[in-house]
Design a protein around this ligand. Sequence first.
Ligand code: ADP
Length: 489
Amino acid sequence: MQVLHICTEIYPLLKTGGLADVTAALPPALATLGVDVRMLIPGFPAICSGLNQRQLVAVLPGRFGADAIRLTLSVLPNGILAYVIEAPALYDRPGNPYVDASGVSYPDNYRRFALLGWVGAQLAAGLDPSWRAEICHAHDWHAGLCAAYLKAARLKAGPGRENMTRAGSVLTIHNLAFQGLFPPEVMAELDLPADFYDMHGMEFYGQVSFLKAGLFYSDKLTTVSPSYAREIQEPLQGCGLQGLLAARATDLTGILNGVDATIWHPATDPAIPCRYDQASLHDKQRCRAGLQGEAGIAQQSRAPLFGVVSRLSDQKGLHLVLHGISELLAQGAQLIVLGEGEPELIAAFRQFALAHPTSVAITVGYDEGKAHRMIAGCDVLLVPSRFEPCGLTQLYALAYGTLPLVRRVGGLADSVVDCTPENLISDLATGFVFDEFNEAAFISTLQRACRMFNQKNVWLAMQQCAMRQSFNWTASAVQLLPIYRQLIF
Ligand code: ADP
């Protein structure tokens, strides 16, 4: 079974969020199960400089605004083979792959990501004579057009000859809120049949939607947790696409993401000051003290140390955290924030840090090592998201015996078990969960966490239970196999 994963980020070469962790870990898990998996990724600077042994596969004539296009093949750090689209006019830009230095989306993003989907479809049609994709598995809107190009090729082949161009297509939704919307005029440049611009196609309220193209034309859809798969079929979380998703419910599967234990495990993590496991959980204290020192806050152990490792965006519910800080301070607790994003949120956290330097700290920016030290050193990780397709940080926290405090939504609901009396008695509790997205619910859950912190034996039992959880990638890959099998002819 030859499966091509099409994406824009792969850890450790290029990462802006959880997508990169998924695309680095899922393909090797599939390979272990016998899938012949390869990747396709644009030749962004971080990708090209991270892969120096690139073997030429094809030279393509100019397209989508790129004058010269080379397709090369390399081995990723995880051992998986990756095709790289070298089109400097489109991809050779510094920094973030999607936006310019001032945070504005590149105006030619429709061309940049049309090329990605188009090359994916070409790899299903024999562009590389030595390897043909039988299934194109696209990740998020950036790769959404691949299914449309496959569909267009099938239509062009005509009745009875569709199988000649038959490759299965899968789209994984990592976040429905990012849709790849462009004005209708771009349709003329996409090299797709004009009638694909239709309500029953890739038109979305008068715009071209790359995500909708993927949702409409892909044979199968997956998303990153069972709860999110249900939630996006409803208006509240459906981002206007709930009707289409509900209509495709039988093709939509929610599969929870996993944890790559070669990168996220407290017994082997090179980024943390002291390694530990379930049997040596007391050593976690040294990670805690190290983190307090690094953040410049007081070395106290009387009350819990809360942490946030997150994009600072409205999705993540961080205004709830801001509202909770006074309560944290009243309890003698501390808060460290690591993140980058909305300036208003950064300014608000900074103000608290200035006013309470021994209790609150914020690091603005992206720091992989610090993310590990936070996950290891905090007592509680706060993830009070408005919506959360899966969420990876709470899975990492569980693995490190750091108890997540989360809202019961999406993948957070599927991965954290609240410490109700029943769950505590049954030794199932792994964290703190609240339902309503409001300050009162959040603050009362903070108070619960602070109270629980003083019950040392109960806390330890919850940490042990959290660390026993196994959210591994093999389990996710196993659930993908039957979906792939349905697409192989
Ligand atoms: P999302 O993909 O919505 O941003 P996830 O929880 O799925 O959220 O994944 C976030 C990933 O990005 C995790 O690996 C987390 O550790 C990492 N991360 C988030 N913010 C930072 C940061 N400021 N520095 C380092 N890593 C970060």
